[in-house]
Design a binder for this molecule. Structure first.
Ligand code: V47
Ligand code: SF4
Length: 372
């Protein structure tokens, strides 16, 4: 039972029963989730999300010490919301790092400065499975204990297709090379009617789910994301989360769910306005309420901003990703305020402490390393 002080009789009759279920920690179905997502007043939704957060994670707020490597922004796909990809023939504002350059990016950090490398980028027609296996091996040669979280299902689908191997075989090869887990990107919105408009040519939702299922089956954990705040409707959000919740029931391999707010700078959907902070909070809140089988809800601070991240710690969020050290361009190219995202450990811990939560440094699979 959630510890929440609500006078049920004062709540609109049509949602009383759903609120009761949430308080009793009984799973709500898609229709019920849609109903409270669209009809519950902010105060109620927010209170329930926070109660759930505190029941699951208390005051703890997780972060890690990490960097990103974005091997290239050249991409064969054409997602309408993407601000950073470039076509092979477009040389301006594009990059392709060599293996040496990427290994050097890791080598410049001391062993105690980062515990995780997050590798994700555009889908380059010439960077295939063999190339990335080599990259992973070379990183592990110099830093055997570093956790490598790499490649969205979109990159993996393309890699495996080009190499003519099954997802299982491709993932096993990457795992043997030293890859530890998968990030949650590429999920966007699963509903075909939306996917067909915003990212028609990349992996399907079925393939995304199949790749994560396979990863979990061979012992690689992962995250799941949603790209919200563009042309989707509330029903698409619930449908999306429901497909992830169903898979999690089977595999239990997702560590965190990460709502990613659509940022409208420099892309083919720039005419769309970004949603308000209240819509952000409602999104994170419904995620926390809906997922009774994923322990962590992450706010990725380079995307949503430091101040909103801080606020979200009272509305379901218990994880804020890592120190980053100015190693990602996805969101700076989408026009976010923070053009050089970096936080030292002391900045991250003080951001968390300022809102009376406890900073917990974690490893990539949520083992606690240090209470700050
Ligand atoms: O799949 C691209 C999103 C994702 C925009 O697993 C955009 O720990 C908003 O998934 N506005 C990649 N979002 C990033 C990602 C991620 C980030 C941090 C941590 C983890 C993790 C995963 O970024 C893409 C897409 O959904 N994205 N462009 C944009 N304009
Ligand atoms: Fe390519 Fe990923 Fe951008 Fe889509 S979101 S265009 S797959 S880099």
């Amino acid at each position: 039972m959630l510890d929440v002080n609500i006078n049920i009789s004062k709540i609109d009759k049509s949602i009383q029963e759903i609120v009761n279920k949430i308080i009793q920690e009984t799973r709500i179905n898609n229709n019920e989730a849609l109903k409270i997502f669209t009809q519950a007043p902010n105060s109620l939704l927010f209170l329930l999300a926070n109660a759930r957060r505190e029941k699951l994670n208390g005051n703890n707020t997780f972060f890690n010490k990490n960097i990103h490597i974005e091997p290239t922004n050249i991409c064969v796909f054409d997602c309408k919301f993407c601000s950073y990809s470039r076509l092979l023939k477009e040389k301006s504002q594009s990059w392709e790092y060599s293996l040496d350059e990427m290994v050097n990016m890791v080598e410049k950090y001391n062993i105690d400065e980062i515990t995780e490398v997050h590798i994700v980028g555009g889908v380059h027609p010439k960077m295939g499975l063999k190339y990335f296996i080599e990259l992973i091996k070379r990183i592990k040669d110099i830093r055997p204990n570093i956790h490598i979280k790499a490649f969205t299902a979109v990159e993996l689908e393309y890699m495996c297709r080009k190499a003519k191997v099954t997802y299982k075989k491709g993932l096993k090869m990457l795992k043997e090379a030293g890859q530890n887990s998968l990030p949650g990107g590429g999920a966007e919105i699963f509903a075909k009617e939306i996917r067909d408009i915003i990212c028609k040519d990349k992996c399907t939702s079925k393939q995304w789910l199949e790749i994560h299922r396979t990863a979990h089956e061979i012992g690689m954990q992962s995250n799941a994301t949603i790209l919200y705040g563009h042309i989707e409707k509330p029903r698409h959000i619930i449908d999306h989360m429901s497909r992830i919740r169903d898979l999690q029931d089977i595999t239990n391999g997702f560590n965190a769910f990460i709502p990613l707010k659509y940022r409208n700078g420099n892309n083919q959907m720039s005419h769309l306005k970004e949603v308000s902070i209240i819509d952000d909070i409602r999104m994170y809140s419904i995620a926390r309420i809906f997922f009774d089988n994923i322990k962590h809800i992450k706010a990725y601070w380079p995307m949503i901003g430091k101040e909103t991240t801080q606020s979200l710690l009272s509305f379901g969020v218990d994880d804020i990703d890592g120190t980053i050290d100015d190693s990602t361009k996805i969101y700076s190219m989408a026009g976010v305020e923070d053009q050089n995202p970096t936080m030292s450990t002391s900045e991250i811990t003080s951001l968390i402490k300022k809102v009376k939560r406890i900073p917990i440094e974690r490893d990539s699979i949520y083992n606690q390393l240090k209470v700050h």
